[in-house]
Design a protein around this ligand. Structure first.
Ligand SMILES: C[S@@+](CC[C@H](N)C(=O)[O-])C[C@H]1O[C@@H](n2cnc3c(N)ncnc32)[C@H](O)[C@@H]1O
Length: 276
């Protein structure tokens, strides 16, 4: 229940379960869906599943791309599921349910396409994740696809909830071990997010520096720090800078799809094919 509460609270606070920074979320969510659409466009699907559907942005995209298909969305957060179900209450072919994917019964040969966007990265145990991947593979018909996007921070030993990280190679071998063929794996173009996060962490660093200087007894530092605080502390300035960076990055991210260098890659998209 701890996880469900975490996501409920997040939904309650932000109105969605994505980035806490609304500007970044608006930018990135649009990008991610655009990027996914490229890999789904050639597929023929009748039964679809979105794991960790959140408030349903991906389901809306699937509904547009596959208007004749039956689409199911699952999410662990009851509040988010309620919002998502309300959103699609007039769509007969869309069903939303509360379920923890680590315990859900997905069935066998049920779906032509299963998708998931930044959900499995929150499963912290390899054993559990492997079981989930096996369940997903079994739920797909032969030649069905599992298309997902996950965090690929460099490999670490941190097992805290939300902070467990797998490398690209880990994701690939985890999927292969459960009988998937990897058709594609590639970095998600994310210049906007990388640049803005760099900007924010520098601004935060400056803020902390200013605070420390203020705390010191040196009146000269104190004067300097006040000047700095004036120039860095403005939320408005931050927003304008972010807007500029995001607009500039949109060309690279959306139009040209140029990935950031491998060392800065945060997310990778995988297309996996189910074989018996
Ligand atoms: C970062 S959000 C992404 C939401 C959505 N996929 C999107 O991109 O808009 C992660 C979502 O996964 C859901 N989630 C986390 N752990 C889950 C689990 N074990 N089973 C089902 N859903 C889960 C959360 O409630 C949340 O809505």
């Amino acid at each position: 229940m701890e996880q469900a509460n975490f996501w409920d609270e997040r939904y309650d606070r932000y109105g969605h379960t994505g980035w806490s920074n609304q500007q970044l979320y608006d930018y990135d969510q649009k990008n991610r869906l655009n990027y996914f659409a490229r890999f789904l466009s050639g597929l023929k699907c009748q039964q679809l599943l979105d794991i960790g559907c959140g408030t349903g942005d991906f389901i809306a995209l699937l509904g547009q791309m596959f208007p004749q298909a039956n689409i199911k969305g699952l999410d662990i957060s009851p509040l988010t599921v309620q919002a998502c179900a309300d959103r699609f209450k007039h769509n007969q072919n869309i069903e939303i349910a509360t379920a923890d994917i680590t315990q859900a019964q997905l069935g066998t040969d049920m779906y032509d396409l299963v998708v998931s966007m930044t959900v499995l990265q929150h499963i912290t145990e390899i054993k559990t994740l492997s079981k989930v991947l096996l369940d997903i593979r079994k739920s797909l018909v032969t030649e069905g696809r599992f298309v997902f996007l996950e965090n690929v921070y460099s490999k670490g030993e941190n097992t805290d909830y939300l902070n467990r990280s797998f490398s690209r190679k880990d994701w690939i071998s985890l999927c292969q071990d459960q009988g998937f063929i990897i058709e594609h794996s590639g970095p998600y173009p994310q210049w906007g997010v990388v640049l803005v996060e760099g900007l924010l962490s520098n601004l935060n660093y400056l803020k902390r520096l200013v605070k420390r200087m203020k705390a010191s007894d040196n009146p000269q530092s104190s004067y300097a720090s006040n000047q700095m605080a004036g120039s860095t502390g403005s939320g408005q300035l931050k927003k304008v800078l972010m807007k500029l960076m995001l607009s500039a990055s949109a060309v690279l991210d959306r139009k040209l799809s140029v990935p950031v260098p491998r060392s800065l890659v945060r997310y990778e998209l995988f297309v996996c094919r189910a074989v018996p």
